[in-house]
Design a protein around this ligand. Structure first.
Ligand SMILES: N[C@@H](CCC(=O)N[C@@H](CS)C(=O)NCC(=O)O)C(=O)O
Length: 212
């Protein structure tokens, strides 16, 4: 599906190595929305044009007949509206207990912190700021590991959820970018192994895009 022209004008702009992009790609695959995948080649570009017009200079962004959509949550919602396939999707606002709500918060914050650490350079000298960020990331991933089974047990009936999709993308990305070793986080690694068997996950593996 990715890399092919769909003919219906849905274009996803992102990178194959980006966890936020992968969330959108998994939603597109699960929902059966064909799209053209355009790779951003220069993440350090300073003009929104390099990011499909996103002034935040970030990926992913989506173009549909309705307009331009910045960021993974808005993109996933638009993909669900575009979809011919009716899936039971659980969105963040449906997570009405502290456990579920906190899990979503920690996943998204961990994903953002990962971006911060990667942009700073994973071998950068440890400033107090970066040291605190890494400590927060490790504690968050530890919390997610400790609570993942309870979270899954408490989830509403669903075919797909933003929480599990983001959690999967976070867990695989931590290994892929070698930000954290997953060995100490066995429960989380176990969840990721199961989610990885979904065709949508298999169709969207993390990879470094070739420039050009
Ligand atoms: N809130 C955005 C975050 C997007 C984001 O941080 N994307 C990363 C890649 S995974 C990015 O563009 N990083 C480039 C940079 O920070 O300069 C979303 O949910 O999509």
């Amino acid at each position: 599906m990715a890399g092919t022209l769909s003919g219906d004008g849905v274009v996803l702009i992102g990178r194959s190595s980006s966890h936020f992009t992968r969330v959108a790609r998994i939603f597109a695959e699960e929902l059966g929305v064909p799209y053209e995948f355009q790779v951003v080649t220069d993440l350090l570009a300073l003009a929104p044009a390099g990011f499909g017009g996103n002034p935040a200079l970030r990926v992913p962004m989506l173009k549909t007949g309705s307009g331009d959509w910045f960021g993974s949550i808005g993109i996933c919602r638009e993909l669900a509206r575009c979809a011919a396939r009716e899936l039971r999707v659980v969105w963040p606002e449906q997570l009405r207990t502290p456990l579920l709500s906190n899990a979503q918060e920690l996943v998204l914050q961990a994903m953002a912190t990962e971006v911060e650490l990667i942009v700073a350079g994973l071998n950068a000298a440890p400033t107090p700021h970066l040291t605190k960020r890494r400590a927060g990331l490790e504690a968050s991933v530890g919390w997610l590991n400790d609570h993942v089974d309870a979270v899954l047990a408490m989830m509403p009936e669903r075919d797909l959820s933003f929480l599990e999709t983001t959690l999967f993308c976070l867990a695989e990305h931590l290994s892929f970018r070698e930000v954290l070793a997953m060995a100490p986080f066995e429960r989380l690694a176990g969840f990721a192994r199961i989610f990885a068997q979904r065709p949508a996950a298999r169709a969207t593996p993390f990879a470094f895009d070739v420039a050009g």
